[in-house]
Every structure is written in structure tokens, then in C-alpha cells.
Design a protein around this ligand. Structure first.
Ligand SMILES: O=P(O)(O)OC[C@H]1O[C@H](OP(=O)(O)OP(=O)(O)O)[C@H](O)[C@@H]1O
Ligand code: HPA
Ligand SMILES: [Mg+2]
Length: 179
């Protein structure tokens, strides 16, 4: 699997350090608030698991599965709910935990949905931001790393459901896409 990677953009250690740094910031920000952390399946699962362990205050964790990509590398533009939250959003301080903002369609859909459901506040933390991919007008409150306008994999991010289990973020060799 690792032989399919052309270049490592963000190492395992850099990700771990960033989770610690963001976790500290969120600890202060949500002290006494009991936020609802919403992990967006499936890509955000490693980040949700690692980041949440650096937040030293009570949080509720829930997951939502929305998909706009199917199996390719381009957003279809249409966001579908595949699994909704178990928790009620009304009155809650919602923190959406994402792996990447690319076109921004997934997150703008979720932010609108949680506002419609009367959240007290809706914030976004994303490990990666790809500003070059943006079509929707949306900004994260906290960004781990900016990435160039290339398709990235690893640490939750997939290509055709593969590479989510890489411990770092990287770019695939071009020949991997052509087979
Ligand atoms: O900003 P956008 O262009 O909407 O792209 C970002 C979203 O796309 C990917 O998820 P995907 O829908 O592929 O599902 P997955 O997390 O299960 O891989 C990624 O994990 C983000 O959730
Ligand atoms: O660059 C990406 N890689 C994997 N999944 C994605 N979903 C949106 N952008 C990406
Ligand atoms: Mg996702």
C-alpha cells in the first residue's frame, strides 16, 4: 500500500502534534459547555478519535454519514444523508469534526442543517483545508493544515475506499489512478 504513495505531505508526528494543539484550544473554548462533537463518516474517524482524546472537558460524541463523492475524486454536488445523528441538536453547541474541506459542499450542507435544527452554535474543525477546491462559500473555525489542490489520501481520506488506514497524509502516484 505505502508503495502507491508518491509523496508524504503531512507526517504522523505532525498530525499528532496538531491534534494536541487543537485539543488544548478546544478545551478552553468549550470548558463548561458540554459540546456535541459531530464526526463526519467515514473520513473524519481517525481525526475524531485522536483529537477528542486531547479535549479535557466533557463532550458528547456522535456521527453523521453524508456523502457527495461516490467512488471517484470529484464531488457529485449532491449531498445525501446516509446516517443521521442520534442526538438532538436543538440548543446544543455543535462542533463538526471533518477530515477535509474541499468544494465545501458537505460542510455548508451540514452547517445549514444544524442551524435549521436550532443549534445554539455551530463551529467547524477540519484537519485539512483545500482552498483551491472551493465552490461553496464556507470557512472552518479551526484548520489543522492547508493542502494544495491535489487529491490527498490517508488518515481517513480514501481513494476508492482504500488508503484510509495510512497513518499520514500523502499524494498517490499517477499510475494508481489509471489502473
Ligand atoms: O468539501 P467537499 O468537496 O464536500 O469534500 C469533503 C468531504 O468529502 C469527503 O467525504 P466523502 O463524501 O467522500 O465520504 P467519506 O468521508 O466516507 O470518504 C471528505 O471526507 C469530506 O467529508
Ligand atoms: O483530496 C481528497 N481526498 C480524499 N477525499 C476527498 N474528499 C474531498 N477531497 C478529497
Ligand atoms: Mg467525509
Amino acid at each position: 500500500m505505502q508503495s502507491d504513495i508518491k509523496e508524504v505531505l503531512i507526517t504522523e508526528k505532525e498530525i499528532a502534534n496538531k491534534c494536541a494543539e487543537i485539543g488544548e484550544q478546544l478545551t478552553l473554548e468549550y470548558k463548561d459547555k458540554f459540546p456535541l462533537l459531530v464526526g463526519v463518516l467515514k473520513g473524519a474517524t481517525p481525526f475524531m478519535a485522536d483529537l477528542s482524546r486531547y479535549i479535557d472537558t466533557h463532550v458528547e460524541m456522535d456521527f453523521m454519514d453524508v456523502s457527495s463523492y461516490g467512488s471517484g475524486t470529484r464531488s457529485s454536488g449532491e449531498v445525501k444523508i446516509l446516517k443521521d445523528l442520534d442526538a438532538k441538536v436543538e440548543g446544543r453547541d455543535v462542533l463538526i469534526v471533518e477530515d477535509i474541506i474541499d468544494s465545501g459542499l458537505t460542510l455548508s450542507y451540514l452547517v445549514d442543517l444544524f442551524k435549521y435544527r436550532k443549534a445554539n452554535s455551530v463551529k467547524i474543525v477540519t484537519l485539512l483545508d483545500k482552498p483551491g477546491g472551493r465552490t461553496a462559500k464556507i470557512k472552518a473555525d479551526i484548520v489543522g493544515f492547508e493542502v494544495p489542490n491535489a487529491f490527498v489520501v490517508g488518515y481517513g481520506l480514501d481513494y476508492n475506499e482504500k488508503y484510509r488506514n495510512l497513518p499520514y497524509i500523502g499524494v498517490l502516484k499517477p499510475e494508481v489512478y489509471s489502473v
